[in-house]
Design a protein around this ligand. Structure first.
Ligand code: BYC
Length: 471
């Protein structure tokens, strides 16, 4: 279905035929633009940026490139095409036709999930708002802004659902999504990882690798929903999400590559003298962002998660590809349990263990990315490797939150944790060093010293293309 880009709010949901909804969204739109100007990227609002805009949801239609000034970006409402005769794939309603309207009994649960999802989108834009000033290249600057405008559109996607399906309280929630702010002492964002500032580009790449990947898995679970508008919305968001994770994986990969090149060229042990990011520092940033992202999956054993599933509201990753009864009433799943003598693995009812199962899917996917980074290190003949720390390391949510676990999985006491945390997580010194490297590089094709050039440019353009016109 084509998107009407000329409409005040571009959409493929026939907004013009739904006056009430159109009015609600048109009332929210100026507030969104005000938020974008106040809380979105600092600077660069008047510059032309080489951005992709969705013009249809068909393959090939959602990646239309042109120069756009960010405040003029065509934020809108794009749902993946409906699937004919789609049925609920899991839970108590398995086999029933999907819902086009919110069932009364699931109203508050669905609203809560949509609000939690929606809250993360503007939060990430707020977290990243100062990065433009220190971009390592025009290519990276453009990628940052692409990610930012699409997170803005993901907010629109959730606001559409709230306005279209939740009446007055939906409208109030939509307003609140612009009123909570990342790191705000009085009105913080809902999930903790979205209140941590993204102060430098290494953090940005780690965030887009790990935290956007949580987004991928959560959206995939919501794309299975029996509430069809949510499913269709999330399915389209996933096409955009892939690019964000590419930015993270290739970003960290280019940092790894540059570090290895300098290690080989200079043979210098003191890589900080050489102005690149040493592998131990990279490992600490990895440890931090991985552990913060693991928290985003919630507790290992969760009745919320069981209720979402039995209600047909939130499924498993690739639910329809799994070969079982899709009800899970008798199934079990391994979860960690922390007790007196340490932690151990126990079998929990599979329904209650769905957060852990999604976390396991996430961990396996993270590991594949880390393996690709390690191939870069190996290609340079360097005997070192990045690793994912133990899942219990530095956790604030779930079974491990009451104990300290070292990256290798050993339980450590408070004294050892305090003494050694600087070996495992970025210290003030590490952060200051990384920040000291963050100097803007803005000539077409130029790269900061600490990061390698990308393998190729955007949409077939050269690496030295003027991705952002600064003049
Ligand atoms: N921080 O039963 P539990 C993305 C709360 S990222 C703070 O285990 P549940 C993106 C929980 O709310 C994807 N609180 O939780 C990425 C509950 O509170 P109540 C975002 C937390 O409900 C990058 C209590 O603890 N989408 O898209 O099973 C850039 C008990 O917990 C946290 C979603 O998250 C936490 N980390 O699972 C841009 C999908 N974890 O009931 C975007 C929607 C738990 O005691 N959300 N709590 O008041 C969900 O599916 C679920 O809310 C969660 C939590 C998976 C997050």
């Amino acid at each position: 279905m084509a998107i009407d880009l000329n409409a005040r709010i571009p959409n493929n949901v026939d907004l013009a035929d739904n006056r009430r909804l159109q009015r609600a969204l048109e009332a929210w739109q100026p507030k969104f633009i005000d938020w974008w100007r106040e809380m979105g990227p600092v600077g660069f609002q008047a510059q032309d940026v080489w951005l992709r805009t969705a013009i249809s949801v068909e393959p090939g239609g959602w990646a239309n490139f042109d120069y756009v000034k960010m405040p003029d970006y065509r934020w809108g409402i794009f749902l993946a095409d409906p699937e004919a005769d789609r049925r609920i794939a899991f839970g108590d309603h398995k086999g029933e036709p999907v819902w086009q309207d919110v069932p009364g009994e699931y109203r508050s649960t669905l609203r809560r999930l949509i609000v939690t999802q929606g809250d993360t989108e503007p939060a990430s834009v707020e977290q990243q708002r100062h990065l433009g000033a220190t971009c390592p290249s025009l290519y990276d600057l453009r990628n940052l802004f692409q990610v930012n405008v699409e997170e803005g559109r993901h907010l629109w996607a959730m606001v559409y659902l709230l306005d279209a399906h939740f009446g007055r309280d939906g409208r109030e929630e939509a307003e609140m999504l612009l009123e909570r702010h990342s790191g705000d002492a009085d009105r913080p964002r809902i999930l903790q990882a979205f209140n941590e500032p993204t102060t430098d580009w290494l953090s940005f790449f780690m965030f887009t690798f790990f935290t956007d990947r949580d987004g991928r898995f959560q959206l995939a679970a919501l794309a299975e929903s029996g509430f069809d508008p949510l499913s269709r919305t999330c399915r389209f968001m996933l096409t955009e999400e892939a690019h964000h994770m590419f930015v993270g994986e290739s970003g960290v990969g280019r940092v790894v590559q540059r570090t290895c090149e300098v290690m080989r060229e200079t043979g210098d042990e003191d890589l900080r003298r050489q102005g690149v990011i040493d592998l131990p520092t990279l490992q600490k940033y990895l440890n931090l962002h991985y552990s913060l992202s693991l928290d985003l999956f919630g507790s290992e054993v969760s009745t919320n998660a069981a209720n979402y599933y039995t209600g047909g509201i939130k499924g498993r990753f690739q639910e329809t590809k799994i070969d079982d009864d899709h009800r899970l009433s008798d199934a079990h799943y391994a979860v960690p349990e922390v007790g007196e003598g340490g932690y151990r693995t126990v079998e929990a009812p599979a329904l209650n263990a769905l957060n852990e199962r999604l976390r396991d899917d996430f961990i396996a996917d993270c590991q594949r990315g880390v393996d690709r980074w390690n191939k870069i290190i190996a290609r340079h003949g360097i005997d070192a490797a990045l690793t994912l720390p133990h899942r219990g390391f530095n956790r604030g949510i779930g079974a491990f939150s009451g104990i300290h676990v070292a990256p290798d999985g050993r339980i450590v006491g408070e004294a050892e944790w305090q003494q050694r945390r600087g070996e495992w997580l970025p210290t003030d010194d590490d952060r200051a060093y990384v920040r000291s490297l963050m100097k803007p590089v803005t000539g077409p094709g130029e790269m900061a010293h600490w990061i390698a050039a990308p393998a190729r440019g955007v949409d077939g353009k050269a690496i030295d293309y003027e991705y952002v016109r600064l003049a």
